[in-house]
Design a protein around this ligand. Sequence first.
Ligand code: SDX
Length: 436
Amino acid sequence: MTAANQKATLSFSDGSPSVDFPILKGTVGPDVIDIRKLYGSTGKFTFDPGFLSTASCQSSITYIDGDKGELLYRGYPIEQLATKCDFLETCYLLLNGELPNAPQKSDFVARVTQHTMVNEQMHFFLRGFRRDAHPMAVLTGLVGALSAFYPDSMNLNDPHQREISAIRLIAKLPTLVAMAYKYSIGQPFIYPNNDLSYTANFTRMMFATPCEDYKVNDVLVRALDRIFILHADHEQNASTSTVRLCASSGTNPFAAIAAGVACLWGPAHGGANEAALNMLYDIQAQGGVEKIGEFITKVKDKNSSVRLMGFGHRVYKNYDPRAKLMRETCHEVLVALGLENDPLFKLAMALEKIALEDDYFVQRKLYPNVDFYSGIVQKAVGIPVSLFTAIFALARTVGWIAQLNEMITDPEYKIGRPRQLFTGAATRDVPDISAR
Ligand code: SDX
């Protein structure tokens, strides 16, 4: 961050003295007006619910150009990372700022592999849930519960403890997601097999049973590894901002990540992939492609509260680059599985085409986002719809950790404590109950 040689001057129509604020420049992207002294110098707050015009921090991890539809992790375009790297290389990049060389990669993979098991006591937590509990309810509980098992990695201010808790979280999320799935279908948990790659290990924990040897499905592993890369980080989205705000109190890393899991669950955020697939199922059940027009009419009707799930984005006002990669992955997987005529994929492409030609979406710059196609590819490889957001959380855990570490190591960071515009009752006396 550098101070631009410009300033912003705030003047008041009531004759109050005007105030100058420095303008700060990043490497790329919009400049910011540094208003940290605003309240002290004017007695006024800014007002920006939803943070549409607010930069909450400085960061060097992920950059999104919403107008161009570009996404960079530590400067590398997502299109290159998704095709030239695997997920653990991407984790190393997000955490350390550079891609690993071969020895660094094998060390990192070895460290993660050594932490894939969870404490046996964790198994008992699942027994408290109904078998049909939503996996995100289970995962929110399990990730928070990790705080009870690692007293040696609870102190956010100790870089060693931050490092080991990062490894533990990255390593154990696949195990916990697979446990939540096995519990929901009444099958026994499958322990990690450290001979397998990170993502192959996850597929085995998900789909193997003790009754027979499991053959790793390379199409499934490649598709999931790509999905993990595409979901790994995304600057200051709602769940990342939740993790930063939660960790700013100095709480432990497991609790902060559990807060991110809880926020991601929402259908406007990480829950959109589940909602988008259910939306496609509904349209299909009502008649498929011929019913798209009727559905779009409902979406455009303000009174219907129906949204085209998997479309629109606070930052992307162009095609989400992850959606393009997800659509390609979807097509590759469906062809590999002999499902190229999958009716749901055809319906999704028809819906996308119609929406992108409709003025309502064009005017509002609503394009498919990462969630529009991710459900179709996950369904094709056998992931149950209810697990989609848990898989998003598995992938985003590394981004949340990288962002949390960046905040904690920023010498200027403080506990997050926004103010408000108070519109409630002014001071008044409590009347006796007989007078109420
Ligand atoms: C993710 O922030 C991130 O980076 C998130 C994420 C990440 O990687 O972390 O990218 C992951 O959350 C992707 C988004 C997944 N959510 C969905 O697909 C749910 C459907 N999309 C929307 O609910 C919406 O687009 C949001 C929540 C994603 C963004 O909402 P904004 O920026 O607050 O925009 P808005 O709700 O103010 O919408 C602007 C206009 C409104 O119409 P008008 O009032 O101007 O007439 O666009 C309309 C909205 O009604 N609109 C939609 C729409 N999204 C916005 N109309 C129909 N369908 C939609 N999907």
